[in-house]
Design a protein around this ligand. Structure first.
Ligand code: PRP
Length: 182
């Protein structure tokens, strides 16, 4: 496979990601048979994953909804407190909500988002990250479905960016340090 010149190692290929997303879609079809689900996407990184996940669900009816959040300042990543810039378009009370996330990192931002969604009293709330950075979580978040584990390195691709670039790479790769040490 042709690698982008700014990355130096592919951790998960396009085919490996596709196979994993297909398994997650099949698991949703199995576990939510006879029900319907809303896939919630927290912009922007998760948009690629959620679009593929939705298409990997073959039988369960799917709705898609989106949230945009922003930090209150530089401390956000350590406090997890976020500002909701764009809220969901529809209520989720009594619904099966699946939060499709690209990556579980510290978990701080995501636990805040999940608490916010739980307060709206959905019928079920499932957190489904595609990738998990090993050993860096600062809070515990339940993950009910298998995720692809990655080391604590600067990764890009499949939705993940560096300075808003590389989200379009179809694989997950380690960014070459030459790019950010310039
Ligand atoms: C990243 C990533 C997850 C979140 C993980 O998003 O896409 O959504 O952070 O954070 P946590 O595990 O530390 O709580 P980012 O804030 O970089 O925004 P983006 O999706 O627009 O790239």
């Amino acid at each position: 496979m042709q690698m982008h010149p700014d990355v130096n190692k592919i951790l998960f290929t396009e085919d490996e990601i596709k196979a994993h997303v297909a398994r997650l879609g099949a698991a949703i079809d199995r576990d939510f048979a006879g029900e319907d689900v809303i896939i919630v996407t927290v912009l922007r990184g998760a948009a690629i994953f959620s679009a593929d996940l939705a298409r990997a669900i073959k039988t369960v009816p799917v709705e898609m909804d989106y949230m945009a959040i922003s930090s209150y300042g530089a401390s956000t990543k350590s406090s997890g407190v976020v500002n909701i810039q764009k809220d969901l378009s529809s209520p989720i009370t009594g619904r099966n909500v699946i939060v499709a996330e690209d990556i579980l990192d510290s978990g701080l931002t995501l636990s805040y988002v999940l608490e916010n969604l739980a307060a709206r009293e959905p019928k079920s709330l499932t957190f489904m990250p595609l990738f998990i950075k090993k050993g860096v979580q600062k809070v515990h978040i339940d993950v009910d479905y298998p995720a692809l584990e990655i080391p604590n390195e600067f990764v890009v691709g499949y939705g993940l960016d560096y300075a808003e670039k590389y989200r379009n790479l179809p694989y997950l790769a380690v960014l070459d340090p030459k790019v950010y040490s310039k």
